[in-house]
Design a protein around this ligand. Structure first.
Ligand SMILES: [Zn+2]
Length: 72
């Protein structure tokens, strides 16, 4: 099962949740129990877990996931 990262829209708490298949139902925030959670884009290959390397301006040409790194 894929592991997705969610962010609570109420308290901002980030957490990970195992989701089966393409089930898009957002889980409740484990901290404040709010159902207002958003699924974040996968950060599996991002070192540091703070978004992708492109955003930090350290991606090499061709390695940017979008192929259009504005920092390249
Ligand atoms: Zn919350």
């Amino acid at each position: 099962m894929p592991l997705f990262e969610y962010k609570c829209g109420k308290c901002g708490h980030r957490f990970e949740e195992l989701v089966s298949g393409s089930d898009a139902k957002a889980p409740k925030c484990p901290k404040c129990k709010s159902g207002k959670t958003e699924r974040q884009l996968s950060v599996f290959s991002a070192p540091g877990g703070g978004g992708n390397a492109c955003e930090s301006g350290s991606c090499d040409t061709g390695s940017c996931p979008t192929g259009t790194c504005p920092f390249g």
